[in-house]
Design a binder for this molecule. Structure first.
Ligand SMILES: C[S@@+](CC[C@H](N)C(=O)[O-])C[C@H]1O[C@@H](n2cnc3c(N)ncnc32)[C@H](O)[C@@H]1O
Length: 297
């Protein structure tokens, strides 16, 4: 009999039941749903994993993943979608630069310490939090006089390890301008490395968004292209968590196809060019919107 790792991926045994158990395990622990549209992706990746790990059947994989966290994380890593690039949606960074940062600048300029806290939730391999750091460094006057803290979290340890090196090349940095490359990167073998000044702004931490922890108050949250993988119920509770985490007047940025218009949260939706950003109203603004219209008899 051929060893499992010599067999064709399609020969490996994987029943509907095993697949559904794997689907449930991942959804229960991370919130990630594999609906019909992602069925092929799931089957292909699970088969690849069976072969790579030398498991004969889906049941063996399930048993191992339930018993050992290391096995579970290896399976999870194979099922994550981590596509990302620097400045993935230019309109989002333009809105961050032209709307959110100037407003926060005015609000915080005389505060001591002058702190700006941004959370990149689901940061993948780090392109998003470093794009945030570049935008902040290029926008805030006297950026060095600010205490800028960018918390970058992801469930994937592999992605976080890559993020911490700050090394990028090819398509990933194709949207970084020449001026930004010169100011914020140093050439290294086969690519570019983010300079220490920016790397110091970003703190990478493993975090599962399905079991949220308190991260302190944030001025801005980016959670782009993560909610699309979650169930409606999980999306709602996460968006509520983001609302509670933001400072009044703080901003939430989501991916292009992620709308929260039908959710019962009190964000103000602001449309700027090709981007919708969500602002948490201040207590005063909330009160105004609830009080009866002035001048009514
Ligand atoms: C498609 S990437 C998005 C990266 C980046 N935000 C962007 O838009 O370019 C989705 C990221 O979400 C992460 N992710 C998925 N489920 C997660 C969870 N439950 N907790 C934390 N991160 C999660 C994945 O590991 C992946 O890195």
């Amino acid at each position: 009999m051929k060893a499992a790792n010599e067999r064709q991926i399609t020969e490996l045994e994987l029943s509907e039941h095993e697949l559904s158990e794997i689907r449930m395990l991942i959804e229960e622990r991370t919130g990630i749903c594999f609906d019909k549209s992602r069925e092929r992706f799931l089957v292909t990746r699970v088969r690849e994993h069976l072969q790579a790990r030398g498991f004969e059947r889906g049941t063996d994989l399930l048993r191992a993943a339930r018993k050992s966290n290391v096995e579970y994380e290896e399976l999870l890593e194979r099922l994550l979608t981590q596509e990302t690039t620097f400045f993935r949606y230019p309109a989002v960074y333009e809105a961050f630069q032209k709307r959110a940062l100037p407003e926060l600048h005015i609000k915080k300029f005389w505060k001591n310490p002058r702190t700006l806290r941004v959370w990149s939730a689901g940061c993948s391999t780090g392109e998003e939090p470093y794009s945030i750091a570049i935008t902040v460094a290029d926008t805030l006057s006297f950026a060095d006089a600010w205490n800028v803290e960018i918390l970058a979290t992801d469930v994937s340890r592999v992605a976080l390890k890559q993020s911490e090196t700050g090394r990028y090349s090819g398509r990933s940095i194709s949207s970084v301008s020449e001026a930004q490359l010169a100011a914020h990167f140093s050439p290294v073998k086969n690519g570019q490395q983010v300079k220490p000044r920016l790397r110091k702004m970003v703190n990478f931490t493993q975090m599962n968004l399905a079991s949220t922890v308190y991260v302190g108050r944030m001025d801005v949250i980016f959670c782009m292209n993560v909610l699309i993988y979650f169930s409606e119920q999980r999306r709602r509770s996460l968006v509520q968590h983001f609302y509670n985490t933001l400072e009044p007047g703080g901003y939430l940025f989501l991916g292009h196809s992620e709308s929260i218009s039908k959710m019962p949260v009190k964000f103000q939706a602001i449309v700027l060019n090709d981007c919708i950003l969500y602002r948490k109203p201040t207590a005063e603004e909330l009160q105004k919107s609830h009080s009866p219209t002035e001048g009514r008899s």
